[in-house]
Design a protein around this ligand. Sequence first.
Ligand SMILES: *Cc1c(COP(=O)(O)O)cnc(C)c1O
Length: 390
Amino acid sequence: MMPHTIGFQYRGPELFCEDVPVSVIAQEVGTPCYLYSYAGLEAPFRAYDQALAGLPHLICFSAKANANLAVLRTFVNLGGGVDVVSYGELYRARQAGAEPRKIVYAGVGKTDWEIAQALNEDILLFNAESPQELRRIDEVAGRVGRRARVALRVNPDVDPRTHPYIATGMKQSKFGIDIRRALEEYHLAAQLPHLEVIGVDCHIGSQLTELDPFLEAFGKVRELIKLVRDEGITIEYLDVGGGLGIRYLDEAPPRPEEYGEAVRGLVEGLGCTLILEPGRSLVGSAGVLLTRVLYTKETEAKSFVIVDAAMNDLLRPTLYGAHHEIVPVRKGRRETKVVSVVGPVCESGDFNARPRAAEVMVREERFAVVRSRETYEDLVRGEALPSFLQ
Ligand SMILES: *Cc1c(COP(=O)(O)O)cnc(C)c1O
């Protein structure tokens, strides 16, 4: 079995990504590397898209889930836009060919320079995260001679029942504008001369495995839209954020189809263009980290398998206590035993000079390196020895 992925399967003892044996990629590209299945990216995108067929909608892939240009281009080619939270991500989205009018920009810490850049690129909208930010966007827009299209990111105070680090829509969170103050802020925003208020945005967290928190949040947002419209403010866009979870172990998250159906039910009749910002659920099941066993080591207490990928290549277990299945590229007939799979990094210091891993995308029987492995020159690029050390 090849658990919880799309595009990977065993043929006999050999693990394949689509029609390419994974061992061939290990040989030709080396390890560690990240390996993505094109089909695994395409399937969930189409599932969301089809669930919303007939409703005006835009699926903006959340770039932070995987900002590789080839991954971004995959979604751009399927008609998607991009959700960015920094100018770096915006730059990547443009390099990948995303249309500016399909880019939405959230994030609590947009700088003046980033706001100006995004205005000059004429992106679809800013998701503003605070009253101060609204004023700042207005100021910068005035300075560069443009009008900024904005949505207010509201915080609906809903518990998404996920890991606290990725819960973003509770009242303790740094994200969004308290939904109870939102009406007031809409008033203010509508009066700012360089803003065009066009939407509402809400993103409550990541790796949500139930629909209820979404429904609770969207219910509150629906109420708000009515109130805002009653004041004569136009709401053209409803951005429902991302957050649908995937399966790592035994979670049973709703599928994109089911989520899409639920959203459709909520927004039907609202007369808004719907924006979705899925990240994890578009890419998380479509990739693996390919690593090679360097050593095995037996101690009195434990058996270790030491591999060439480290916590800098796969941070989630360290950061979130996350579970990731480990499977062999070629199944053997050895007995099973419980081991600790560990990487080479000296964790406590974390001064690890490790070049970043390569990235590979597979489409049917073809594959391509979509990011080269970093070299040791890359590792020190931009660094300099000051004259007082020479
Ligand atoms: C992270 C994030 C998303 C995507 O969340 P997923 O859980 O990856 O779907 C969407 N919108 C914003 C603003 C985010 O920060």
